[in-house]
Design a protein around this ligand. Structure first.
Ligand code: ATP
Ligand code: MG
Length: 274
């Protein structure tokens, strides 16, 4: 994946009230090949409307991250991807990047400032907001991801799970219309994962969440897309998709299961106890 640090814009948002019935994201017959000729996306078509929380699932290498990087014009950049009817052409990217908050799969692609505070303040500062507003947004975003105590920490010294939460804060501080989250729960411990699910449930933004965490999908997203070898192979009701074992199996997916040997464990012996 390319390393890219988004430069947000101070450009005014489009008149969203006029666009209430316009899809937030409209992807239409999208094809994409990398520079080495590898064709990563084949004829992808779907749209997402305001308020939807949609999961994007598929096996490793399916094209999930490649698709996510098209949503704010990091890859592609044409009429095949539209955000509130704006094609992702260069002239529209400042507005589009204020609308689409993209959280990268790899936190090291997103965190580039010395401290957490600076990373989370970067977006609002470059939107031209007054310092008091920037501080308020930074505090609120860090509180939302449970990382208020980390403002002065060095971003590159954090653990993977801590970085993951800070990357989400860097996007929340910009208050985007659409959150595009690439594997947000990967690397989180169970408590942090639970907090993330509750946070995403409460946030009002429209969401596209790329993930291998099918239980999270079942909890959060009424609609799911399956992508495999760059092709969209399912788009529908999450409960129906997750209950179709054959569909999941044929695309390298499965719901987690507890091995029979662990279902009725004996008493736990704590090391050192008598
Ligand atoms: N910069 C690149 N150049 C060439 N091929 C690439 C590049 N980045 C990704 N690919 C290829 O494109 C395909 C899709 O990759 P992508 O990272 O989008 O998959 P993914 O669904 O996000 O996988 P994962 O679940 O492992 O994150 C893969 O076959 C990958 O090898
Ligand atoms: Mg990926």
């Amino acid at each position: 994946m390319p390393v890219y640090h988004p430069r947000p814009s101070s450009a005014a948002l489009p008149p969203l009230t006029e666009a209430r019935h316009t899809p937030v994201i409209e992807v239409s017959h999208l094809h994409f090949s990398y520079a080495d000729g590898h064709k990563a996306l084949h004829d992808i078509t779907f749209s997402i409307h305001a308020g939807e929380k949609v999961a994007l699932v598929g096996p490793n290498g399916a094209g999930k991250s490649t698709l996510m990087l098209h949503l704010n014009g990091i890859l592609g950049g044409d009429d095949h991807v539209r955000v509130y009817d704006l094609p992702t052409i260069k002239a529209n990217l400042p507005r589009i990047r204020a609308l689409v908050g993209l959280v990268f799969q790899n936190p090291d692609d997103q965190l580039f400032s010395p401290t957490v505070l600076e990373d989370v303040a970067f977006g609002p500062l470059h939107m031209g907001l007054p310092e008091a507003d920037v501080r308020q947004r930074v505090q609120a975003a860090l509180a939302q991801v449970g990382m208020s105590a980390y403002a002065q920490r060095l971003s590159h010294h954090l653990s993977v799970g801590e970085k993951k939460r800070i990357t989400i804060a860097t996007v929340l501080s910009m208050q985007p219309e659409l959150l595009a989250l690439d594997e947000p729960s990967a690397g989180l411990d169970p408590r942090a994962r639970r907090q993330l699910i509750e946070l995403l449930r409460q946030l009002p933004q429209t969401m596209l969440i790329s993930t291998h965490d099918l239980l999270m999908v079942g909890e959060l997203c009424p609609r799911a897309l399956i992508i495999d070898t760059g092709r969209l192979v399912a788009d529908g009701n999450t409960a129906e998709i997750l209950s179709d074992a054959q569909l999941l199996h044929s695309h390298g997916l499965e719901l987690p299961h507890i091995p029979a040997t662990l279902r009725f464990p004996g008493p736990v012996t704590v090391s050192g106890s008598s």
